[in-house]
Design a protein around this ligand. Sequence first.
Ligand code: ACO
Length: 403
Amino acid sequence: AVDISTFMKQTGYTTLDQGFVNTSSTKSAITYIDGANGILRYRGYPIEELASKSSFLEVAYLLIYGQLPTESEYQDFTDRIRHHTLLHEDLKRFFTALPPHAHPMSVLSSAVNALSTYYEDSLDVHNPEMVEQSTIRLLAKIPVIAAYAHKKSIGQAFLYPDNSLDFVDNFLKLNFGNLAEPYEANPVLSKALERLLILHADHEQNASTSTVRLVGSTEANMYSSISAGISALNGPLHGGANEAVLKMLAQIQESGEGVDRFVERVKNKEDGVRLMGFGHRVYKSYDPRAKLVKESADEVLAALGVNDPLLELATQLEQVALNDDYFKERSLYPNVDFYTGIIYKAMGFPTRMFTVLFAIGRLPGWLAHWREANGDAKTKIGRPQQLYTGEAERHYPEDRGFQ
Ligand code: ACO
């Protein structure tokens, strides 16, 4: 077998694959996807089994270290994360420097990058102990930063983490607790959030993970690499889709245009409008995560006694789209984010927090990929080629007429 890049170099050819539709940028042993058959496995374990039996931190351990933890490994891992939940008090002042209307995703990416200024001791990417230290710090502190971004956006005081609680309940308390009253966890919400975080935990070489790997390939530190991943996730074609879905549903409801008319506009590509939460680069059948999210949406809304007309609207949109030739011919099905926003809304999160929740879920995947790309299987610095389409050589005029 001839290595394709060596062959291409020798023959003077280059490949053009805009959007990396059919180019593997790396080998990876973390996540397996079969897009034609709707299969997703983390380290070999089917997503359905992990979503029903595991916890988010156990899945994080699995993704990062490659195996399910033993009881003592799990205890040690969760203890270390608990130990690092506090933020430096000075970093809290960072939040007050940003405007009250700041989008929580921008706050999150900025604050995560700022973490590197507090932990210069752990920036050495060649030292495995420091890589481990940064991994734990990021898992511990990002949920706290995320909750503070939320509290800031609603003008409430930041709470200290409550390390007597598990990861998910601690996060919910940081978001929904206040200084005046005791906080009571709702097990239905905790279970649903745990499941959503697991479903988002990795998805191989998506845009944000590829960004983390690319930035990491320059040997930039983990905080900066993860901050770059958060920024990539923010776009509405990627993680920002969960926020965009809810805005789309609200707009259909408020305008009263009806599902059929909206779908017509999508099919006619009027003003570039898309059915947000539908379609996927890899899945050309039903996204296995979307099925599980829909189950959770039904469970959460039933348990809370919420009758959200947006759920009904989303279900109608799904039915219309699944039976329509435009969507069938293009293999467009609901993706993971079609129903997540409805659950986050029922939990009490503002729309602008939805992509932040995705980022917390995706964090273990980003960390696992950063470590894989910088570990034993260290890859070269990422440096794509281009096909130049600009001007041929030209020369600066002797007389520009105005200089
Ligand atoms: N609504 C309407 N039409 C769509 C949609 C959609 N959501 N998605 C794709 N199409 C159409 C395109 O217009 C195109 O049609 P054409 O051949 O007539 O031009 C065809 O389907 C192929 O679309 P591409 O954009 O080439 O597909 P690609 O693989 O590049 O894009 C993407 C995938 C970005 C996810 C796309 O389906 C999309 O924009 N979806 C909506 C946004 C979304 O939900 N993003 C979240 C993805 S999951 C995640 O990141 C967690």
